[in-house]
Every structure is written in C-alpha cells, then in structure tokens.
Ligand binder design. Structure first.
Ligand SMILES: [Zn+2]
Length: 310
C-alpha cells in the first residue's frame, strides 16, 4: 500500500457499488468468479507470539510466494520468485525491516541443486516503486549474477522492451516460460502486473489485492485506463487468480484492518478471482474524485487519496 492517506474512514458510495454490482452479476457468467484456493498453509499473520521473518509457499517447483512478516513491517508484503530454464525473476524486495535476501538465496540454491545446475541469472523487478516493495534492493544490487531493474517507467519499459508505455504489453521469456508484462500506472507511475501463462496467475501488485487500493485522484484516469486494458487482456487470457502484494481485508465482506495493524486475525485469502478485474473496472466508473471517500467492495476497497507527484 504506502498511500500516505490517513484521512477519514469510509463512506460507501452506494450508487457506485450498485453499478459495480450489476456488472459483477453480468461477469458471473464469465471466467473465474469463485476465489480459487492455491496455498496449502495459512499465511503468517502476526497473531502468534513468534513467527519467522518470512514464510514461503510454493505453487509448483518453479514458483514461490514469499510473505514478509507483519512483525518486521506492518505492510507485510508478498513477493514472487519465478524460475524458467534460463533466468529467475524476483518481483519486489520487501519493506523496510525485512530480511529477504537470505530467503531468496536459499530458494535459488535449492532450485539449482534440484536441477543439478551451478547458477542461474536473477532479475529483480518491482510491482511498482513504493518503498514497501523496494527496500531490499540494495542487498540484491551487490548479489552476483543479479540485475536490478530501475524504478522509473522508462527503466521498466526499456528493460522489458515495451515500446509504447503503457499501452503495449511486454513479453519476457525466462526460458520455456514467457511472462506478459502489463503496464498499470495509476497507484504509482511505474506499476506493472505480470501474467504467467504457465500457472495462469496474475501478479497484480498494489493495483488489485484484497485491501485498500489507493489511487491518487490526479492519477485516477490513468488507473481507469490501466484497468480497462487489463480487462481486455483478461478476456484473451485465462486467469486462475490475481495475487497481489498485500492483504488488508478481513474475511468479513467489506471490512479492512486499521492502518498499520500489528496483526491480521481472520485474514482474507491472498487469492482474488479473475472476476475481481471486472468488478474493479465497474467500480472505477464512479467519480472517485474526493480523497478519503472510499468505495467499499466485499473483497477490496477503492481508495482515492490526495494528488501526488507520481
Ligand atoms: Zn504496497
């Protein structure tokens, strides 16, 4: 998240939610309306006296989801490590206070041993440039065989060979595993989502996750355009689940945790169904031009915040 928003609690824009609800209903005939269950374990949520600084759950032998403990930083972000035959990609390096690199080094070492390999280049990219997703970058800049992608939209576009940012979807081949790189400026100017056609998962960053989707009002139009392009992408690509970068919702529909909550009892699952994209797109049709007046949905909250420089 990292919104900087501390202003008032919600006032539900009932009209917008009704409109969203109508489109949501029409979307129920499309793909992916039920939230899929992808993870065998419960995520660490700060409710125990002790928990590890990171928790790793595998989606398959080449795909790892890492959570940073809420006890190290209230943001408790999720990071993603994907292996192909030729390269590995880490999406995000965590928030301040995290201890991420030892976990990634261990996962790479174990993967190399399982594949009888000596090394694999590591690319470190970011869902977007906010501090709670890049704080571990320095530890990776000094790591051998590692490339850390820059933080500006031009850096991201240049690295992934996206000629026409943000309209064009980039392709990035890890070796037998091609990722789609989808520019989604709005929450932040350099935001991307990554679609993995092998597992049919969408790594959706802070643009779509079970929590407060902060959008500076001066970038609301950018966010709408991004979600329109994403919705078009989703009609052409099967999506089992959107996996974002935080959880800020409880399992009670429409109810989030307080900001900077030190623990997340009864936490919403990380997985959102593909139909969330259409619901978000519909919700964004509302004006949403007043900072601090959020639009509450069952599984996420669209949260306009004051203008920002980027
Ligand atoms: Zn964040």
């Amino acid at each position: 998240m990292a919104s900087g928003a501390k202003s008032g609690r919600r006032s539900v824009t009932a009209k917008a939610c009704l409109a969203a609800g109508a489109l949501w209903a029409s979307a129920t005939n499309a793909q992916g309306t039920a939230a899929p269950h992808l993870f065998p374990e419960k995520w660490i949520d700060g409710t125990q006296a002790q928990e590890p600084v990171t928790q790793v759950q595998a989606l398959d032998g080449d795909t790892f989801v890492i959570r940073q403990s809420v006890k190290t930083n209230f943001e408790a972000p999720f990071l993603y490590l994907l292996f192909g035959r030729d390269k590995a990609l880490l999406l995000d390096t965590g928030a301040e206070g995290g201890v991420i690199r030892p976990t990634i080094d261990r996962l790479v070492t174990e993967w190399l041993a399982a594949h009888r390999r000596a090394d694999i280049p590591l690319i470190v990219a970011h869902s977007h440039a906010h501090g709670d997703h890049i704080a571990g970058d320095a530890a990776f800049r000094e790591r051998p065989g590692t490339t850390v992608v820059g933080l500006k939209p031009a850096d991201v576009a240049g690295f992934f060979g996206i000629g026409k940012w943000p309209e064009e979807v980039g392709r990035f081949d890890l070796g037998g595993r091609t990722l789609s790189i989808i520019p989604t400026p709005g929450h932040q100017a350099a935001a991307i989502m990554i679609y993995d056609s092998r597992l049919k998962i969408l790594l959706s960053g802070d643009t779509l996750y079970p929590g407060r989707l902060y959008v500076p009002v001066n970038f609301m139009a950018d966010d709408r355009a991004s979600i329109d392009r994403l919705a078009a992408f989703a009609t052409r690509h099967p999506i089992r689940a959107a996996l974002g970068a935080h959880i800020e919702m409880t399992r009670t529909p429409g109810r989030d945790y307080e900001r900077e909550a030190p623990m997340h009892p009864d936490e919403h699952p990380l997985e959102l169904p593909a139909a969330s994209i259409a619901e978000l797109q519909a919700g964004l049709k509302a004006p949403l031009d007043v900072p601090g007046q959020p639009q509450v949905h069952d599984h996420f909250i669209i949260y306009p915040v004051p203008p920002r420089p980027e």
